[in-house]
Write a protein of this length. Structure first.
Length: 364
């Protein structure tokens, strides 16, 4: 361990896991009732979840699916993305989006994130829009940091907004989840609310919603000769969990914000970096920190030695998957190579939060 990563050994500390889903007795009760009543297919509880989601966030159309990849696949299909069409996205965008692009044989156009930012620079994005005139652009709110795209001139490019990391966020200047032609919200185990796995597609556009529904296996739309339908439906017991999770989203957001404030205060009194630009509105779905001058492995060993679970900011940035030149993505590469995600979930105790905050101050 490098001498710059000094810390005081603490006896008999328990492990702080990187993540634990926020599940309550009510969550488990709802799922159990579905199983007892043998709701093992897609039915009225899925419909209730879609309606509750739409009502809560004021979306006209909500379509649930069983994975984030399925959501992107149907969204791209509904928007008419096909072979060789360009899709513009950040190197830190969800890999599920890239998989859906591969499936349709479309062409991903990657953009680096901005310096000291979790998001692409607006000027760079605008230049890419002008240069490539993509069919679709994807924007997301990485780590729960709100991204405002209102100053972009999209032209004829359609916009997908992935609001997974900022579901429930309120902003005075940004219509979170409604900036695009279509929105997507992931519902996996590490998201703010979960159905175990799954996602929600939302839009105000009736024609687009109908085009997406025709691609999905259910009883509401007929098959068209020669066109497949995809078995992407959520199951009732998953939806039951989603309904309960949705009802306590406000509590989850408030708890994570309090934890984040403790971390932000610790970062301010250290040499660490993080790039949340609007703490009063950001949701802090994840909390990345960077340690300048230290390798990822050195810092990882430090956190392991004090029994704090951490992870890389992403498993792999998209420019690695596409085997692009790392030098073309210097900011994304730096965040990937230096960034550590801290535990930030409502089940953390006050003592655990204090332990983590103290560990940040001791990195110097």
């Amino acid at each position: 361990m490098n001498a710059e990563l000094a810390y005081r050994p603490v006896k008999k500390q328990t492990d702080i896991e990187f993540h634990k889903p926020t599940l309550s007795r009510e969550d488990l009760k709802g799922v159990l009732e579905c199983l007892v009543l043998e709701h093992l297919s897609t039915g009225e509880i899925v419909e209730r979840f879609e309606k509750a989601f739409g009502h809560t966030f004021k979306y006209k159309h909500t379509i649930s699916v069983n994975s984030l990849t399925a959501a992107y696949h149907l969204a791209f299909l509904g928007m008419g993305v096909g072979e060789n069409d360009s899709v513009l996205l950040s190197s830190f965008s969800p890999v599920a989006a890239l998989d859906a692009i591969f499936f349709l044989r479309a062409k991903p156009i990657l953009v680096d994130i901005g310096k000291n930012s979790f998001h692409p620079d607006l000027e760079v994005l605008q230049a890419k829009l002008t240069e490539f005139n993509p069919k679709v652009m994807l924007i997301d709110h990485a780590f729960g940091s709100i991204f405002d795209v209102s100053k972009l001139n999209l032209g004829e490019t359609l916009l997908i907004e992935d609001f997974t990391d900022v579901i429930g966020a309120t902003s005075e200047k940004t219509a979170v989840g409604k900036q695009g032609t279509l929105g997507i919200c992931g519902l996996s185990a590490e998201n703010l609310i979960t159905t175990g796995n799954g996602a929600m597609i939302v839009t105000q556009n009736t024609k687009l919603a109908e085009a997406i529904r025709t691609q999905k296996t259910d009883n509401s739309t007929k098959r068209s000769l020669g066109f497949p339908k995809f078995d992407y439906s959520l199951i009732d017991y998953q939806a039951a969990l989603g309904i309960e999770q949705l009802s306590k989203l406000g509590v989850i957001l408030e708890r994570q914000r309090k934890i984040a404030i403790a971390y932000l205060q610790a970062v301010q009194s250290s040499r660490l970096e993080t790039y949340f630009s609007n703490p009063s509105e950001d949701t802090f779905q994840k909390f990345p920190v960077l340690v300048p001058g230290q390798s990822y492995e050195e810092v990882e060993r430090y956190f392991k030695s004090i029994r704090v679970g951490t992870k890389r900011v992403v498993e792999e940035p998209l420019h690695h998957i596409l085997e692009e030149n790392n030098s073309q993505f210097p900011n994304a590469e730096r965040l990937f190579q230096k960034g550590h995600l801290l535990p930030i979930y409502p089940n953390l105790t006050k003592d655990n939060v204090q332990r983590i905050a103290t560990s940040l101050r001791r990195i110097y």
